[in-house]
Design a protein around this ligand. Structure first.
Ligand code: ADP
Ligand code: MG
Length: 372
């Protein structure tokens, strides 16, 4: 009976997904003890921003708005189905956008092993669990994970001790998913191995943040999970992937007081966030050319952002009235993303191929990448 309820939930999720298109935006407002300029409506999908003197208040609507009382568990409940669709061969991407201190890392990674865990550890555990349940339906899965950071348009491996941004890593599209050359790919075969990997990578990030003067606010971290499923009797194969992205702070250069080398850094980061914006604009306008190649971030996420991918963006908000104008920028960016409808309205296509046709599929991929 539990299984039946689960499959009904999945079907409902897919229907909603198809109706809404494949890019969705959730807003999460973090708690504060100071005076707040943001008011969440009880409908759970809109909010009001009280602006500085002389500027009119602004109202925004998203697929969901989580008020400051929302718990980590509740957030995960809302994304769990989307995350698990990677097991069905979808290319899925979740990212958190917002200024430094708005709760991006809290949402994606969270803290420790308990209730404060964020989306990354919960997703990996859920997927491992679900993949083991799927085994009896004839599907068996192999999973690998990588964890990287993009800083100043350079990729660093968070799973390899002592790696640096000067290591050369290139981004390659292969079998419909993106891989980063030369980075550690670790086998995920149990909830324990998954948790250990997430712990290692977050420890690497913490050490770096203290050594390198909060560089973390200016880099993107990307957790990548690759899933290959094989169906025993039919020989069908599917390739899914899940990218969980904690973006660099969206604050403007002026506010963070960047100068000299720092300014160059801030520009490179702003460049990749604006490249992300450009990709969404091109998708919203259904332009034939989408400029995925303008930044490492967008090139890496191309399979998820493009036609048959699924994307969910969290816009994280610090409601304090000292952040009002930064909040306005984030909400505007998020509204533009919210306007994007991917694909042809029929929903995402999953990629199941038989072994025989996998050659043809690869050739198709090559032709696609030539033309973009
Ligand atoms: P960012 O990654 O956007 O710079 P953080 O996730 O590090 O921001 O959040 C800044 C601080 O606020 C952290 O101490 C974090 O634990 C806390 N915080 C953020 N969001 C929440 C929340 N929803 N509930 C409780 N604490 C939060
Ligand atoms: Mg952070």
């Amino acid at each position: 009976q539990a299984l039946e309820a689960e499959s009904m939930r999945r079907a409902l999720h897919n229907q909603i997904q198809e109706l809404r298109g494949n890019v969705r935006v959730f807003c999460r407002v973090r708690p504060t003890e100071n005076e707040a300029a943001v008011k969440c409506a009880p409908d759970g999908s809109s909010l009001n921003l009280k602006r500085v003197e002389g500027k009119e208040d602004a109202a925004f609507e998203f697929d969901r708005v989580f008020d400051p009382s929302a718990k980590q568990e509740e957030i995960f409940e809302e994304v769990s189905q989307l995350v698990q669709s990677a097991l069905d061969g979808y290319k899925v991407c979740l990212f958190s956008y917002g200024q430094t201190g708005s709760g991006k890392t809290h949402t994606m990674l969270g803290d420790g092993n308990g209730d404060m865990r964020g989306i990354i550890p919960r997703s990996v555990a859920k997927i491992v669990e679900a993949s083991q349940k799927n085994a009896h339906k004839g599907w068996s899965y192999t999973m690998h994970a990588s964890y990287v950071e993009i800083y100043n348009e350079q990729v660093r491996d968070l799973l390899k001790p002592g790696s640096s941004h000067s290591d050369k890593h290139s981004i390659v599209h292969k079998n419909g998913v993106t891989e980063v050359s030369g980075v550690q790919r670790e086998v995920i075969d149990s909830v324990e191995s998954a948790a250990a990997l997430v712990r290692r990578a977050s420890a690497a990030r913490v050490v770096e943040a203290t050594n390198m003067n909060a560089q973390s606010s200016r880099s993107h971290t990307i957790f990548m999970l690759y899933i290959v499923g094989e169906h025993a009797s039919s020989g069908s194969e599917l390739t899914g992937c899940l990218n969980l992205v904690d973006l660099a702070g969206s604050e403007r250069v002026g506010r963070s007081g960047a100068e000299g080398a720092r300014l160059k850094e801030a520009c490179a980061i702003n460049k990749s966030l604006s490249s992300l914006g450009d990709v969404f604009s091109a998708l919203a306008a259904k332009q034939a050319h989408v400029p995925y190649r303008n930044s490492k971030l967008t090139y890496l996420l191309q399979p998820c952002l493009g036609g048959d991918g699924k994307t969910l963006m969290f816009v994280n908000i610090n409601p304090e009235n000292t952040s009002t104008e930064e909040t306005m920028c984030s909400l505007k960016f998020a509204s533009q993303v919210n306007a994007v409808q991917l694909g042809d309205g029929k929903g995402a296509q999953r990629r199941i191929t038989t072994k025989l046709s996998s050659k043809v599929e690869k050739k198709g991929d090559k032709e696609k990448s030539k033309s973009d």
